[in-house]
Design a protein around this ligand. Structure first.
Ligand code: DGT
Ligand code: MG
Ligand code: MG
Ligand code: MG
Ligand code: MG
Length: 266
């Protein structure tokens, strides 16, 4: 029924193409994961199975979209960075964010059993999604730094909070104890009360996870040791399938970016 009397309704759809020449970031975040993590007895403050499943789902997104040059995840969120010049879906914001979050969510459910073999999924989880544009490399790096700093701040708070609770404080008392404390105070609580040296806690918890593609040259040999190949070791897959690396390293400092200049050059 081409050119029918109904065609005009198409014009009500709004154009939502992302501005050219900007980094496109799609961030997904678990919807009410406070409840979801509690219902599935996630380990506190970090459940490595849950974090592993998040990274598995992020890998699916990067396998679907070759133009995602980097992704960064922590807690119940992942950010996907599309290269500045991507033409995927004509840069339509709603199409990008909806397909990313849909692929992520279905993968999360699809792979659940591999990460929680003894626990049935209690109900279908949902994730929200948004698209944000960053016009400069500095803006993009600051965005990623913001997310990694958030990971650090929450992680430190949560380690203190749950150690206080596990050692007999009520949640209210733990909250009161931590109110107004600085990072140095929390370090001290962890060390003197619980014998925990914050800097020795797993990098996965302190830094979150950054996923990059092959071609990666390493900022340091140190970083190389922390590499986890997500889809098999290099050189044994066809070139068509890109190799994805998961790293639990600092992305705030310049070392990561200077060691991997191709990411911002994308
Ligand atoms: P939202 O995003 O506004 O729908 O609400 P939530 O509840 O998802 O809140 P959000 O995203 O700010 O915080 C993430 C929640 O997920 C927080 O309650 C802690 C929980 N969570 C995430 N990862 C873990 C984990 O590894 N272990 C545990 N126990 N909880 C986790
Ligand atoms: Mg959430
Ligand atoms: Mg929230
Ligand atoms: Mg969150
Ligand atoms: Mg269609």
């Amino acid at each position: 029924m081409a050119n029918s009397q109904f065609d005009y309704v198409k014009s009500f759809e709004s154009m939502d193409s992302c501005l050219p020449n900007c980094w496109i970031v799609v961030r997904i975040d678990g919807n009410n994961f406070h409840k979801f993590s509690s219902k599935h007895n996630f380990k506190k403050p970090n459940d490595d199975r849950a974090l592993g499943l998040m990274t598995r789902a992020a890998r699916s997104v990067m396998e679907l979209f070759n133009d995602v040059v980097l992704s960064y995840g922590q807690s119940d969120e992942y950010s996907f960075v599309f290269k500045k010049g991507t033409k995927t879906y004509n840069r339509r914001s709603s199409k990008l964010s909806s397909v990313v979050v849909s692929q992520f969510t279905s993968s999360y459910v699809y792979h659940w059993k591999e990460y929680f073999p003894d626990l049935q999924l209690g109900y279908p989880p949902a994730f929200d999604s948004r698209t944000v544009l960053y016009p400069s490399d500095k803006n993009l790096r600051d965005y990623l730094s913001w997310r990694q700093a958030d990971c650090h701040i929450n992680n430190m708070y949560n380690y203190c909070f749950w150690n206080l609770v596990q050692s007999g404080s009520t949640k209210h008392e733990a909250q009161e104890r931590l109110k107004g404390t600085l990072s140095s105070d929390k370090n001290e609580i962890l060390f003197s009360q619980f014998g925990i040296n914050y800097n020795n806690l797993p990098q996965l918890h302190r830094k979150g996870t950054v996923i990059v593609r092959d071609k990666v040259t390493y900022a340091s040999r140190n970083a190389l040791r922390k590499v986890r190949w997500l889809n098999g070791p290099p050189l044994c897959r066809s070139k068509a399938q890109s190799m994805l690396l998961a790293l639990n390293i600092d992305i705030i400092g310049k070392q990561f970016w200077e060691g991997n200049p191709h990411i911002l050059a994308a």
